[in-house]
Design a protein around this ligand. Structure first.
Ligand code: SAM
Length: 301
C-alpha cells in the first residue's frame, strides 16, 4: 500500500517513519510513504502557497493552484470524485454531485486511490474507516494549514474530508500521521501477529474473526465495536494489587467470559455511546443489564 502526503512541512514526518511498526512495514515492503513538499509546486520567488480569504476574515487560505499541481503530479485529475472510502456510497451533498455530474471523464487511473482532505469539518475517522482504507492500493493525504484549503480543491479532487476528532489542530500533518498509522497497521502482514488487529477496541464481532485455529480454544472475544478489556502481565502482584485470579488459572472459557464482562464494563463506564451500535449477543445484553443496575445502585440514580 502506498501513502502520499502533501504538506508544507515535510520535515514533520521524518522521525515518525523511523520507529516501530511504520518503519518495519516499510522495511518489509508492505507499505511505502512519499512526502511531497507543496512549495515545490509553486512558481514565484517566495514559493507562495497561501493567500487572503475572499470575503475577509482572519488568517490565510492554502491556494488551489499548487495543490492542484501536486495532485496532477500524482496522476489525479479534476473530476467529481467517488465520495467515499471505497464502499461505493456517495457521501457528497446532492448539489455537488449534480454540479459535477458528467463534467469530467472518469479518472480510471485512480481506481484504487482515494484522495483525502484532513479537515476538522470532515467525516469522523474511526476504526471502521481505517479498515476500509486498508483495502485500497493508494491513499493521498492533503494536509491543510492556516484557515484551511480553498474549497474547490475539496470539490474537484477529494473523495472525502476526514476529521480525527472534535477539536481544531493547527495543521493536517498530525491528523495525516494518525490516519496513516491506524490504517497501515491493518494492512495484511503488517502486524507481526495477524490476530492482534482483530482483538482490539472498536474491532469486528466474533463471527468476523478470521484468525481462529481449528481445535485451539480462544481466550478472547472479537470486541464487536466495544472497548478492549484490561491487560495484565508479570509480576502477578504489584504495589499490593494482584492481577485478577481468573487470568492466572489457564481456563480459556472463564478467561473469555471475564474479558467480555470487562469489555462491557469499560464501554459502559467510558463510552456508553458505543453500546448503541455494538454487536451484542443475548448473553451480553443480560450482562449489560446487570452492570447498568450495579452502576445505578453505586451512583444512587
Ligand atoms: N478553519 C478550520 C475550521 O475551523 O474548521 C480550521 C483550520 S486548522 C487551523 C488548519 C488545518 O488543520 C486544517 O485545514 C486541517 O487540515 C487540519 N485540521 C485541524 N483540525 C483537524 C481535525 N480535527 N482533523 C483533521 N484535520 C484537522
Amino acid at each position: 500500500m502506498r501513502f502520499e502526503i502533501i504538506t508544507i512541512f515535510p520535515a514533520f514526518f521524518s522521525g515518525f517513519f523511523e520507529h516501530g511498526i511504520v518503519r518495519r512495514a516499510q522495511a518489509d515492503g508492505l507499505v511505502t510513504v512519499h512526502v511531497h513538499d507543496l512549495r515545490n509546486f509553486t512558481h514565484d520567488r517566495h514559493r507562495t502557497v497561501d493567500d487572503r480569504p475572499f470575503g475577509g476574515g482572519e488568517g490565510m487560505v492554502l491556494k488551489p493552484e499548487p495543490l492542484a499541481e501536486a495532485l496532477h503530479s500524482l496522476g489525479i485529475r479534476p473530476q467529481m470524485r467517488s465520495g467515499g472510502f471505497g464502499t461505493g456510497h456517495d457521501f457528497r451533498p446532492a448539489e455537488t454531485a449534480a454540479a459535477f455530474a458528467g463534467t469530467f471523464a472518469p479518472d480510471t487511473s485512480a481506481a484504487d486511490t482515494r484522495v483525502l482532505l484532513l479537515s476538522a469539518q470532515g467525516r469522523p475517522f474511526t476504526q471502521a474507516a481505517a479498515r476500509e482504507l486498508a483495502r485500497l492500493d493508494r491513499i493521498i493525504l492533503i494536509c491543510g494549514r492556516y484557515e484551511g484549503v480553498d474549497e474547490r480543491i475539496n470539490q474537484l479532487y477529494c473523495d472525502l474530508e476526514l476529521s480525527i476528532g472534535d477539536y481544531v489542530l493547527s495543521g493536517g500533518e498530525l491528523a495525516a500521521a494518525v490516519v496513516l498509522d491506524a490504517t497501515m497497521r491493518l494492512v495484511p502482514g503488517v502486524l507481526g501477529n495477524e490476530a492482534s488487529g482483530e482483538f482490539e477496541s472498536f474491532g469486528v464481532p466474533d463471527l468476523a474473526i478470521t484468525s481462529d485455529v481449528e481445535g485451539v480454544p480462544r481466550s478472547q472475544h472479537g470486541s464487536g465495536g466495544l472497548l478492549d478489556y484490561p491487560h495484565y502481565t508479570r509480576p502477578a502482584e504489584f504495589h499490593g494489587l494482584r492481577a485478577p485470579e481468573v487470568l492466572l488459572n489457564g481456563d480459556h472459557q472463564q478467561i473469555r467470559r471475564w474479558r467480555r464482562e470487562q469489555q462491557l464494563r469499560k464501554t459502559l463506564a467510558n463510552r456508553p455511546d458505543l453500546l448503541e451500535q455494538a454487536a451484542l449477543t443475548p448473553e451480553d445484553a443480560k450482562l449489560l443489564e446487570q452492570l447498568r443496575m450495579e452502576q445505578a445502585a453505586a451512583t444512587g440514580s
